[in-house]
Design a protein around this ligand. Structure first.
Ligand SMILES: C[S@@+](CC[C@H](N)C(=O)[O-])C[C@H]1O[C@@H](n2cnc3c(N)ncnc32)[C@H](O)[C@@H]1O
Length: 247
């Protein structure tokens, strides 16, 4: 059984969501060039669990969160292709992953379901709760406080860089060139909902999000992890309520 949802035909460079027994695939047509296909596979390849596990001890993302114990509650505010959520869960964190694009959330939910059929993945994936929605609305509705959050907003496509990975090219097609231009406001909201830190992923030489200076940065090979600390850690009473009465 195969189902296809189409937005624009191949000749117009449209997008197709293809549903087959093997899972969901997003196909981005690009005129006369061969189409690009995005099928999230959490069991192999560069996003694979084995690789995530092998690399986890040196995984910069985990290091950038500091010394949080396993079992800490982490908000992944930009679930995307699920790679970061899987790295965090493989490390032993409890992860709530939010993705606001309904199409991407469907692709990722499908990938998580397929991956959890693998025995070795069952335990880490049981620590990932994927929800579709905008993280700012979700937090204002639920008012929950997390130990930390990670945020990896889209970065505008670099026109001169032909090496932009295929998956990211499909994401740019799906989400638009100015996707996540509201990221600075999202960071401000996240900082009100964490006890310890918000880690923002940026391309190595990109300016800081909203030009806001982080408390520290960890530099990987191509990615920078900017660590922001909440002014008043969430869950703590505001300073005014701690003031000693002088009467
Ligand atoms: C670069 S991708 C994230 C990739 C992801 N870190 C991974 O490991 O696959 C950015 C994603 O964040 C999502 N996003 C950005 N702002 C968001 C928000 N306020 N709420 C929910 N999702 C958001 C976008 O829709 C996009 O899919």
């Amino acid at each position: 059984m195969r189902g296809v949802i189409t937005s624009g035909g191949p000749e117009e460079g449209g997008l197709e969501l293809v549903c087959e027994a093997e899972g969901l695939t997003l196909v981005a047509h690009q005129g006369t060039d061969p189409p690009l296909a995005l099928n999230i596979d959490l069991t192999g390849g560069t996003r694979g669990y084995r690789q995530a596990r092998a690399a986890q001890s040196r995984e910069d993302l985990v290091r950038s969160l500091g010394r949080l114990p396993r079992g800490s509650q982490i908000l992944d505010a930009s679930a995307g292709l699920g790679r970061d959520a899987l790295v965090l869960a493989a490390w032993g964190f409890e992860v709530l992953a939010l993705e606001r694009s309904p199409v991407l959330a469907a692709l990722l939910a499908d990938a998580l379901e397929r991956a959890s059929a693998h025995e070795a993945l069952r335990a880490p994936l049981a620590r990932v709760d994927l929800q579709q929605g905008d993280v700012r609305q979700w937090l204002s509705r639920h008012g929950r406080v997390f130990d930390a959050a990670v945020f990896d907003p889209m970065f505008p496509p670099r026109r001169k860089n032909a090496q932009v990975k295929k998956d990211m090219r499909v994401l740019h097609r799906l989400l638009g060139a100015d996707a996540d231009s509201d990221a600075p406001e999202t960071l401000a909201v996240l900082l009100r909902h964490v006890r310890h830190s918000v880690v923002v992923k940026r391309p190595l030489h990109a300016p800081c999000l909203g030009d806001l200076k982080p408390a520290r940065s960890l530099r990987g090979r191509s990615t920078r992890f900017d660590v922001y600390l909440p002014k008043v850690p969430a869950g703590h009473p505001p300073e005014s309520s701690l003031a000693v009465s002088r009467s």
